[in-house]
Design a binder for this molecule. Structure first.
Ligand code: SAM
Length: 187
């Protein structure tokens, strides 16, 4: 099954379009403000009209007007999530973390502010850190797989712990060195 990625708080849908454009994943955006969700839907349609997004890519992309904290708002098969949470309250961040952690297929979450969970902050300053992050991801995956097999299931389903595995610097419109925190599931 193809991975599902979710932009939690998708605004006018830029990240949703980008994911549909450059990855094979299903791209879902959840936006609580109706007017932004409507603009995102219009933007998706316009991207197809302009030939920026193929119909097949657009078929994998969707923006829903919803409160991401409500039950079932975030698809259960979400593997990857993005949270543009620089302006989110602690309470909202905690709520999002609680929902994400309960998703049975969740692998990693990228956020602009570190999510309120995860014991060790790792600054990406070289190959050693990268190698460590990859080793940790592989270890987490192996653990999850072993647990799933032990439970006779094709995927792990326990609530996971989000661990910060990497911090990247990415260019944004307001700053070309914005931190992006990559937090992955340990089950
Ligand atoms: C920084 S903006 C979105 C940026 C967008 N992710 C992007 O990359 O272009 C954050 C958005 O989160 C939305 N938001 C805040 N709380 C939310 C919630 N509980 N559920 C869904 N969306 C929410 C806000 O309305 C706002 O549009």
């Amino acid at each position: 099954m193809c991975a599902c990625s979710v932009d939690v708080g998708s605004g006018v849908g830029k990240a949703v379009v980008a994911v549909a454009m450059i990855t094979p994943a299903r791209a879902v955006g959840l936006e609580i403000v109706a007017e932004r969700a409507e603009r995102a839907a219009a933007g998706l349609a316009e991207a197809v009209d302009r030939g920026l997004l193929s119909k097949a890519e657009a078929a994998r992309a969707e923006v829903r007007q919803a409160d991401a904290l409500l039950p079932d708002a975030i698809p259960l098969n979400t593997s990857y999530a993005y949270v543009s949470n620089l302006c989110f309250s602690d309470e909202l961040n905690r709520g999002i973390v609680a929902v994400l952690r309960s998703l049975p297929r969740l692998r990693c979450v990228a956020s602009l502010a570190e999510l309120p969970q995860g014991p060790v902050a790792v600054e990406d300053d070289g190959a050693q850190v990268e190698a460590q992050a990859h080793a940790e991801e592989a270890e987490a995956e192996a653990e999850a797989q072993a647990q799933a097999e032990a439970e006779g299931s094709s995927h792990a389903s326990a609530t996971c712990k989000l661990r910060l595995v990497r911090t990247l610097r990415v260019p944004m419109s307001w700053d070309d060195q914005t931190r992006l925190y990559i937090q992955c599931c340990l089950r």
